[in-house]
Design a protein. Structure first.
Length: 530
């Protein structure tokens, strides 16, 4: 296309020069690797003509030839690793054109308007971000078997779109946000920039290979070369980004400013939905099947609570970007399962201990089960500490133990430690969560490990909520921003946490007993466990 070169030369004059600087590092490394071979050729030629016949030249020539052969062998293996070791692909949900013809049409229209190559394919990521990803190295990693036209040599990069954007943003907003991203296909098609990026990606992958036992000889030169070209590569990418932004200036610029506000809002809602709503389900082996639809509910609720966001709900009458998909529900479910794999470590497919849950069933199948499972774990820990059981798994048993322990100077440490150990053992063995899948460790953990005191407070809260459901007019509920909540008479009770903390941290049960009496909860009555 005519815009391929001009987007680099006019929009960011330094991008190509920085790419050439990166390629010069490659050329110098190649020259250095060939230097012993060149010296060996000179010595052999001199020997053959009789000019270096006397000692010590025969020995010097032999040594140089051996070194040259060794350097060529090592350099050849290193070059092969750099050329073939593509960096790990970002896990995404592939989106075929038949599944989203309107979205593909929108992206192609953007590319045509900006006079840049259209992306070779579109994929979704369960995160609030969008970028271009070069997947041409995938063919090398699969031994020449391509995964589609996006992995063919010279193919345009893949456009990766954050799935929450499709559900929260309107069509016009999504178009405005994608314009500068799609504009980046122009620089990506420039030969010098493409070569420089491929070289840096290969070095990065080689450095990763070199971190494995016994392969340090690959990692050390790769890291050295990365350091030598790091500054130029970073400046090249800044220039490319500036060029793409400049090329996209004429496309929906005014709307893009408004759309960026929606990006920030979507990120905030998505983060709370994952950490407070999805994470409790994932920990018990369930994954919400429609997270992207849930982010709309979460952000709508945020708009209702926050007076500064009053204007956001009016835009919901416009066409949502998910209308560009043929089967939004199916795509949402695939993105939701991938989110569970990335952020929690769940298996790639549903199974007996890893099943989807709809939002309508979330309170009963996740919240109530979570409370009763944690109540059961709390009483099992008390059994292990030989705490008198009484008539059964009652709330009175916990109240009495924590009060007595505080009086004896224990600050509930023994019980908290026991819970931490039990939970760690359960997670290591797989338990009811997810460890039977191929992704038993999350790529991007959402939260650091919880402290023993936090775990104890969570378990006591769960027991209180289960008791309230069993003996009072209470029910499990879902708050889109805060996750599992206790509903009493259809209204959320948000005043439980400080009373539990008084018991756990100070050994003072009176605030919690007053709260239980107000609701009519009977702490002496056994609680139903799972």
């Amino acid at each position: 296309m005519s815009g391929t070169g001009s987007i680099v030369e006019v929009g960011a004059p330094s991008a190509r020069s920085r790419a050439l600087a990166v390629l010069r590092v490659r050329s110098r490394a190649l020259a250095l690797g060939l230097l012993p071979a060149a010296l060996a050729v000179v010595l052999l030629s001199a020997r053959m003509t009789g000019r270096l016949a006397a000692d010590p030249w025969p020995l010097v020539t032999l040594v140089v030839c051996v070194v040259a052969v060794a350097v060529l062998l090592v350099g050849g293996v290193f070059a092969a690793v750099v050329l073939r070791a593509g960096p790990a692909l970002t896990p995404t949900v592939p989106l075929a054109e038949s599944a989203a013809p309107d979205l593909y049409r929108l992206v192609r229209d953007l590319a045509d308007r900006m006079d840049v190559p259209a992306p070779s394919a579109i994929a979704l990521t369960p995160d609030c971000d969008s970028w271009l990803e070069d997947r041409t190295h995938a063919a090398h990693r699969r031994g020449g078997i391509t995964g589609g036209r996006e992995s063919e040599p010279g193919a345009a990069p893949v456009l990766v779109i954050g799935s929450p954007f499709l559900w929260w943003m309107r069509v016009a907003e999504l178009r405005a946000v994608l314009a500068p991203v799609v504009a980046g296909t122009g620089p990506s098609a420039h030969p010098d920039i493409a070569d420089a990026r491929g070289f840096v990606r290969g070095l990065d992958a080689a450095a990763d290979v070199g971190s494995r036992p016994g392969l340090g000889w690959i990692g050390r030169p790769a890291r050295l070369l990365l350091r030598l070209c790091q500054e130029d590569a970073a400046e090249m990418e800044r220039g490319v980004a500036a060029a793409a932004s400049d090329r996209a200036q004429g496309v929906d610029y005014g709307l893009r400013i408004v759309a960026q506000e929606q990006v920030g809002l979507a990120y905030a809602g998505w983060d709370r939905l994952l950490t407070r709503v999805a994470l409790p389900a994932w920990r018990m082996g369930r994954w919400p099947a429609h997270l992207d639809a849930g982010v709309v509910s979460a952000l709508t609720e945020l708009s209702r609570r926050d007076r500064l966001a009053d204007g956001f709900t009016s835009r919901l009458g416009e066409r949502p970007a998910c209308d560009l998909l043929e089967r939004p529900g199916v795509i949402d479910e695939a993105a939701s399962l991938l989110a569970a794999r990335l952020f929690h470590g769940g298996p790639a497919e549903a199974g007996p201990d890893w099943s989807p849950v709809d939002w309508a069933a979330y309170p009963e199948e996740v919240v109530d089960r979570k409370w009763r499972a944690e109540a059961a774990r709390l009483h099992a820990a008390l059994d292990a500490l030989a705490v008198p059981a009484g008539p059964g798994p009652t709330l009175d048993r916990v109240l009495g133990h924590l009060t007595d322990a505080a009086g004896e100077g224990a600050a509930a440490e023994a019980l908290a430690g026991r819970l931490s150990g039990d939970l760690a053992r359960q997670e290591r063995s797989g338990g009811a969560a997810v460890a039977r899948g191929v992704d038993a460790v999350p790529l991007f953990p959402l939260q650091p490990p919880r402290s023993g005191r936090d775990l104890l407070a969570d378990h006591v809260t769960a027991l209180v909520c289960a008791a309230a459901v069993d003996s009072a007019d209470a029910a499990p509920g879902l708050d889109w921003l805060d996750g599992p909540v206790l509903l009493v008479g259809g209204e959320r009770r948000a005043d439980l946490a400080p009373r539990v903390l008084s018991l756990v941290e100070d050994g003072d049960p009176e605030p919690l007993r007053d709260w239980l009496a107000e609701l009519g909860v009977r702490p002496e009555k056994p609680v139903r466990l799972v």
